[in-house]
Design a binder for this molecule. Structure first.
Ligand code: ADP
Length: 255
């Protein structure tokens, strides 16, 4: 696997919490331009894997390479600067900011505006940056969020909040986007829209890894799926092929 085609390489990663091995020598390689699904029963280590990849946890063992560079144990901030972006299972939007300001803050990837200046009033400072403002508007337009620009996310329907989170995550033009259960709590129509959004993100050149319980979505969206159970990779491959794997069927019986 050469560097030009590999976006992310996780090699033999182990994550131990006291006695518990949440990840046990997990390896996977994600190519550029891929939409990779990560599935598995509850407690199988999916979110822990995202937390290791995005730098929230330093793995007990193993290695994480992002865009050909060893980033094991790097901080979330440095990984974000290097082009990695993620969403969380439970939404983490800035509650005191509007939809547009949430996107503005994400766009300020270079952090030319230091955090203490945010505290002194993000609205005024960021709004004065007309280029940033224009970019935020473009992002909101692209994701059908323009009508909600001036509202706090909390006042909006859950499905819209989820979309704001994705818009914010892609605003900084990442190379790799990690989506943690993006379909949770969405209705059928919203799941279809999400599917279109994720495909469009990929088509714009972003590699996507998605943890998802909605199997219909995973099967239709992902080219390849990695299945975790008990902190180990028990299967990997094309959706239809993986769904037929006895170990996968068995892992899900007790879920
Ligand atoms: P999944 O996302 O597949 O549901 P998780 O990655 O959340 O699984 O959890 C995998 C295992 O690791 C679980 O047994 C969970 O309780 C444990 N775990 C996750 N995070 C922590 C933590 N910060 N401290 C201790 N145990 C944790």
């Amino acid at each position: 696997p050469d560097q030009a085609t590999t976006m992310l390489r996780v090699a033999e990663v182990t994550m131990r919490f006291r006695g518990l091995k949440a990840l046990d020598r997990v390896s996977l390689t994600v190519d550029r331009g891929e939409i990779r699904g990560v599935v598995g029963p509850n407690g199988s280590g999916k979110t822990t894997l995202f937390n290791v990849i995005s730098g929230l946890y330093r793995p007990t063992g193993g290695r994480v390479e992002f865009r050909g560079r060893d980033m094991t144990g790097s901080t979330p901030y440095r990984l974000a600067r290097a082009g990695m972006s993620r969403t969380f299972q439970n939404l983490r939007l800035f509650g005191d900011l509007t939809v547009e300001e949430n996107v503005l803050v994400a766009l300020d990837r270079s952090r030319t505006l230091s955090s203490w200046r945010y505290l002194l009033g993000p609205v005024g400072i960021l709004r004065r940056d007309r280029e940033l403002h224009r970019q935020a508007r473009a992002v909101l337009d692209r994701y059908g969020l323009a009508d909600f620009a001036g509202l706090p996310p909390k006042s909006l329907p859950y499905g819209i909040q989820r979309r704001v989170e994705i818009a914010r995550a892609v605003a900084a033009a990442p190379s790799l986007l990690l989506l943690d259960e993006p379909a949770a709590g969405l209705n059928g129509e919203e799941v279809r829209q999400l599917s279109d959004i994720v495909r469009a993100i990929r088509d714009s050149g972003v590699t996507v890894i998605v943890i998802e319980h909605n199997m219909g979505l995973v099967m239709s969206l992902c080219e390849r799926i990695t299945v975790l159970a008990g902190g180990r990779v028990i299967a990997e491959g094309e959706p239809a092929q993986v769904a037929r794997t006895p170990a996968v069927i068995e892992a899900y019986l007790g879920d």
